[in-house]
Design a protein around this ligand. Structure first.
Ligand code: ADP
Ligand code: ZN
Ligand code: ZN
Length: 719
């Protein structure tokens, strides 16, 4: 038998699969097995992607693998990994790395093995030994073990001995050594506001569930879209759908935007399904990740809850994939392969005959057009959605409108809670010299630096560059420095004055890095009253029933970006924030501050009118062949010197055009991380030919030595 093996090497040039001869002792090897294979003078880790009866390689040159690893992945996942590699113009090794046990990577590091550790304990003889013939270190080992059995590496360290000391004590019958598999590490999940106890589903929930269960039983047709207003009880529908899949002996995946931000949702799954749930999130150690992977692979865990990478959970009996908050941008991976977990989920569901169920209060146009819709039109408690007031900021001094101040004052007087969103962190957007106009910019990117007052630094939000807060202008020596624009840090101060003595809690990625998101959310929940202020993090699916006021500052800032999704983003952000308010008995309201209060996206958001927004948006998308009616592919060429990036982009453009695929550019992008960049955009109604043309063009130009100074990044379905 011949195994076709794709080597897990980061090298783009080394492209398998390569043939290896399977001897008798590797008879159990199949598609998805991981093998160590000889490759020239090296040994490489590889994955079997196919089996064949014969090979084109001459018999005398066929070699056998060196060994097979214990871990393997289901065949469908091998197919999925290779599909991702092709669809997102990456390499097979990178696509496969997504579906392999965590820590396997592209074979650069050593894969983790199930943890087995050597434990040492005293035997009865050892306990009685007072033998003068014991060496000093041997004595020290026995003394240390008198406290009880412990791991061999620990006792060796305590006694200042080494493993040969232990082995010789074992030979003399004084110490017993045994291999023990350590219990898998289970990640802890911090519940914020998770509510216990089952509920009786509402009529709307029941109707949705009926359709979902029907489709789990007979998977056919399109994915389902659960379009439910905020607070309509979508999570309860997911929980019961997962239960239905489990009852039918199938596994389920639940994708969530980011667990740290929405611990409530993950908490509800753990509450409902206990140990059957494996949680994957970014704060897990490599070991925890690996152990969870094995619990799923062995079938001990049947539900995987996690962010985008959970779409690759190693189940081989998948019945259901849920995508919660399907509009969330975190489903797109930023590094290569730049996959979109929602698209991968569609593909996987199709490959495995599972049902895809996506849900949101603000679904993407893509899923509204292409999926079959289920609706939850009302909040579970029959309470209305909060009234939204849009106020114009033209001519207003300071960050807060008079109406906002009034409402915040009401929250203060009544001792209630408010959430305030400003999608800009830091203290001030940028600094300039009052005398000569010098603007402080990042040395590596063509963008202004943001003032972070608490940390006492200027930071670049694109590359992480940090510098000290300037006391004088480097150009003219003036000490008069102007600060422009307010970020969350400054707003926090402002709000403290408005609502004192109520506490103000800030949530943005600066706080997340220092004190942790869960800590802030828990503090806000535990407080009697107060204000939560922050970036779009505060608009995620939090369920705090006692929030009575939501405020969005500079709501049309997103509209000022030249991006076809600007309207969609603005609408979703405002509608989602509005969804955090008025979930309890006291009801609630929302104030939206904007420079242009008449903006279409804001008016629809104020009316909680997702369908109206869509009806406006779709014709525009249709006319310009934007998603969901067309497909975008972005190619970014970059180089450290100015010039090569533009030449490379021009060369790629010519090849794409020659293939008959429409392409725009090259257009310069701002310099980032010390690299000059040029961008091409392919917009095509046909997907597959566009991807094929872009891949061929980029591979050809990348292999051309004349463009050796340029690097290439391809993004299919950029967000
Ligand atoms: P969504 O995700 O649609 O915004 P959630 O799933 O967070 O809504 O539900 C909002 C609240 O309603 C939660 O606290 C949830 O426990 C509660 N809930 C859901 N379904 C029911 C029900 N059938 N009866 C009573 N309460 C419910
Ligand atoms: Zn100056
Ligand atoms: Zn920078």
């Amino acid at each position: 038998m011949i195994a076709k093996v794709e080597p897990l090497t980061p090298a783009r040039a080394l492209r398998g699969p390569f043939d290896y001869l399977l001897g008798d002792e590797l008879a159990g090897v199949g598609v998805g097995s991981m093998l160590v294979v000889p490759f020239g003078h090296r040994r490489l880790l590889g994955v079997v992607v196919d089996l064949a009866g014969s090979s084109d390689v001459p018999a005398e040159r066929l070699v056998e693998p060196l060994s097979a690893l214990e871990a393997d992945v289901p065949e469908t996942l091998v197919r999925l990994g290779l599909w991702v590699a092709a669809e997102y113009v990456s390499t097979p090794a990178r696509g496969l790395a997504l579906v392999l046990p965590p820590g396997t990577g592209t074979g650069a590091g050593r894969p983790l093995r199930p943890r087995r550790s050597l434990r040492a304990a005293l035997t009865d003889e050892g306990r009685a030994a007072t033998d003068a013939r014991l060496g000093e270190r041997q004595r020290a080992v026995l003394d240390a073990l008198a406290a009880g059995a412990m791991s061999a590496s620990v006792v060796v360290r305590l006694a200042g001995a080494d493993h040969s000391t232990l082995r010789s004590l074992e030979r003399r019958g004084l110490v017993r050594l045994e291999q023990a598999t350590e219990a898998p590490r289970r990640p802890r999940i911090e519940g914020v506001g998770a509510r216990r106890g089952g509920v009786e589903p509402t009529a709307a929930q029941r109707a949705a569930l009926e359709r979902i269960v029907e489709r789990i039983d007979a998977p056919a047709g399109k994915p389902l879209l659960l379009h439910g207003v905020t607070g309509s009880g979508k999570t309860e529908v997911y929980l019961r759908s997962v239960a239905a899949a489990l009852e039918r002996g199938r596994s389920a995946i639940v994708l969530v935007p980011e667990i740290a931000l929405t611990p409530q949702t993950a908490g509800r799954f753990v509450e409902r399904f206990g140990d059957a749930v494996a949680i994957m999130h970014s704060q897990l150690s490599a070991r925890e990740r690996y152990d969870e992977w094995w619990r799923m692979r062995r079938g001990e865990a049947r539900v995987c809850v996690g962010p985008r990478s959970a779409v690759f959970a190693p189940f081989d009996d998948l019945g259901l994939i849920v995508v919660d908050e399907e509009h969330d941008s975190s489903y797109k991976q930023e590094g290569d392969p730049r996959y979109d977990a929602r698209v991968v989920a569609e593909r996987r569901a199709e490959l495995e005959g599972a049902l895809l169920l996506a849900g949101s209060a603000t679904p993407r146009p893509e899923s509204q057009v292409r999926y079959e819709r289920l609706e939850l039109r009302e909040r579970v408690d029959g309470r209305g959605l909060p009234p939204v007031e849009v106020v114009g900021m033209a001519g207003v001094a300071g960050p807060l409108h008079e109406r906002t101040r009034q409402e915040l004052d009401g929250v203060r007087r009544r001792g209630e809670k408010a959430i305030v969103l400003l999608n800009r962190r830091g203290w001030s957007n940028f600094l300039s010299c009052r005398l000569c106009g010098h603007v402080w910019e990042c040395p590596d990117c063509d963008v202004t630096l943001v003032l972070h007052q608490a940390a006492g630094e200027l930071a670049c939000h694109h590359c992480g560059h940090r510098g000290r807060v300037p006391s004088e202008c480097p150009d003219c020596g003036s000490v008069s420095v102007a600060r422009h624009g307010a970020g969350t840090e400054q707003l926090e101060r402002e709000l403290e004055q408005v609502v004192a003595p109520l506490p103000v809690f800030r949530l943005d990625s600066d706080v997340a890095a220092s004190s942790g998101i869960a800590g802030v959310l828990r503090a806000f929940e535990a407080a009697e009253a107060g204000v939560l202020v922050g970036t779009q993090m505060v608009a995620k699916g939090h369920d705090f029933p006692d929030v009575t006021l939501g405020v969005v500052l500079d709501a049309d800032a997103t509209l000022r970006f030249p991006d076809f999704r600007a309207e969609e983003r603005t609408f979703a952000l405002v509608a989602q924030l509005a969804g955090r308010s008025g979930r309890g008995e006291r009801g609630g309201r929302v104030i939206v501050q904007a420079l242009e209060p008449q903006a279409r996206a804001l008016c629809h958001a104020a009316g909680h009118d997702a369908s109206g927004f869509l009806a406006d948006e779709l014709p525009r998308r249709q006319a310009f062949a934007y998603p969901p009616y067309g497909h975008l592919i972005r190619v970014v060429c970059s180089s450290t010197e100015a010039g090569p990036e533009h030449e490379a982009a021009t060369a790629v453009r010519e090849l794409i055009e020659a293939a008959g695929v429409p392409v725009l550019g090259p257009a310069p992008l701002f310099r980032r991380q010390a690299r000059h960049r040029a961008q091409l955009v392919v917009r095509s109604r046909e997907r597959a030919p566009a991807i094929v043309a872009v891949r061929a063009a980029v591979e050809s130009v990348a292999a051309d030595r004349r463009h050796g100074a340029a690097a290439f990044a391809v993004d299919v379905d950029p967000q």
